[in-house]
Design a protein around this ligand. Structure first.
Ligand SMILES: Nc1ncnc2c1ncn2[C@@H]1O[C@H](COP(=O)(O)OP(=O)(O)O)[C@@H](O)[C@H]1O
Ligand SMILES: [Mg+2]
Length: 354
């Protein structure tokens, strides 16, 4: 799916911006503070209904305005729109009709983001890694979303039951049979995806001259049988008020030459590996659905050196999907064929300022 036309209103410093987008590469240039990241953020916001920056949602709305709006016309004439008001309410629309859920919009506009936060994938807690696996399954495995939603609902109910005064283990029995079933279903889908991802990453890492000895493993979030793990952790769970054992605590471990990637790789190498992982996801997506996702790459020159930029741009050309790349100066970018004849969107600090 491509964005043919993008319209952004009252989003950070972008007062009003309407862009005709290329189906392939789109280059956004401008000095610091001109709004490059904000344009990528607006596309992401349209898909996810939230920002990728650590920011409160209301802060994204332009100062002095009461709402923001992002609209896109996709290939196939699908119209998507999001409007967010300062009171917190949000309207998501597909072809002018209110969307039933955020997931309906996200599935029409699958996004891969590569930005200066990417290295946190290794350094931070397991949340980022779980989200990455869930992204893949959400887009590729149709039954995943419904299993995941049922599990989230059940987990909430179980946690609420755990917080009740004087709760006994027997009180939880009603939740635990479906809890174990859904946990196992999520685990088996995630394990399958992690294996697929590992194989694709190993294949791609050759083109990047990256370490060949890579292994990905899925840590499901408990040891032994889940029903027994729930029983053993009941006392502590009831003190904490939430369930500690289950797929909500899962993680993906990545070893390079037998060592955890977070410790073994330099920051630059971590950025390369995250880039390869995101490309691998896009290949898996394309091979499964015969469609491409949209890549948002913020400040490419600060993410990758020129030799890795060349490899990434070649892989993206091969994938054939839509790509939005930002940079301060064109000279900082590797001069790849994908930029030949391309007219960049050039921002200056005043062009989008209120
Ligand atoms: N809610 C807001 N309203 C108006 N301007 C904002 C808001 N939030 C951030 N900004 C400003 O938007 C500008 C653009 O930021 P950014 O998109 O990060 O630029 P770039 O990526 O080009 O460096 C910054 O100068 C920032 O101060
Ligand atoms: Mg920026």
């Amino acid at each position: 799916m491509n964005i043919n036309e993008l319209a952004i209103y009252s989003f950070r410093n972008v007062d009003e911006l309407v862009l005709d987008c290329n189906a392939g590469f789109n280059l956004i240039l401008g000095p610091n503070g001109s709004g490059k990241t904000s344009i990528l953020e607006a596309i992401y916001y349209l898909s996810y209904g939230k920002s990728f920056r650590k920011t409160q949602n209301a802060k994204v709305i332009q100062h002095g305005h009461s709402s923001l709006c992002v609209r896109a016309i996709l290939s196939g004439e699908k119209h998507l729109g999001i409007q967010r008001h300062s009171n917190g309410s949000m309207d998501l629309k597909i072809n002018g009709e209110l969307a039933k859920s955020k997931a309906d919009v996200a599935s029409l506009l699958p996004i891969q983001l590569i930005n200066p936060d990417s290295y946190r994938f290794f350094d931070d807690g397991p949340d980022w890694r779980r989200k990455l696996i869930d992204w893949g399954l959400f887009h590729v495995e149709h039954q995943y979303l419904s299993v995941w939603r049922k599990f989230q609902r059940l987990l909430k109910q179980r946690n609420a039951a755990l917080r009740k005064q004087g709760v006994k283990y027997d009180d939880l029995q009603a939740w635990d049979v479906p809890y174990v079933e859904l946990s196992n279903a999520i685990t088996s889908l995630r394990q399958g995806y992690v294996e697929l991802l590992q194989n694709k990453v190993i294949e791609l890492s050759k083109a990047f001259n990256f370490f060949a000895d890579l292994s990905f493993s899925y840590d499901r979030g408990w040891r032994g049988k889940l029903s027994e793990a729930l029983y053993s952790s009941f006392v502590r769970d009831s003190i904490l008020g939430y369930t500690q054992k289950g797929p909500q605590r899962a993680d993906m471990k990545i070893l390079v030459n037998g060592h955890p990637a977070a410790h073994h790789l330099s920051r630059g190498q971590q950025k390369s590996l995250v880039t390869i992982i995101k490309l691998a996801q896009a290949y898996i997506y394309k091979e499964s659905l015969n469609k491409s996702c949209v890549f948002l790459i913020d400040d490419l020159p600060s993410e990758l050196d020129k030799s890795n930029q060349d490899k990434l741009l070649s892989a993206l050309s091969d994938l054939g999907g839509q790509v939005f790349i930002t940079a301060i100066d064109r000279n900082d970018l590797f001069s790849h064929d994908c930029f030949k004849g391309l007219a960049p969107v050039v921002l200056n600090v005043s062009s989008v300022l209120v």
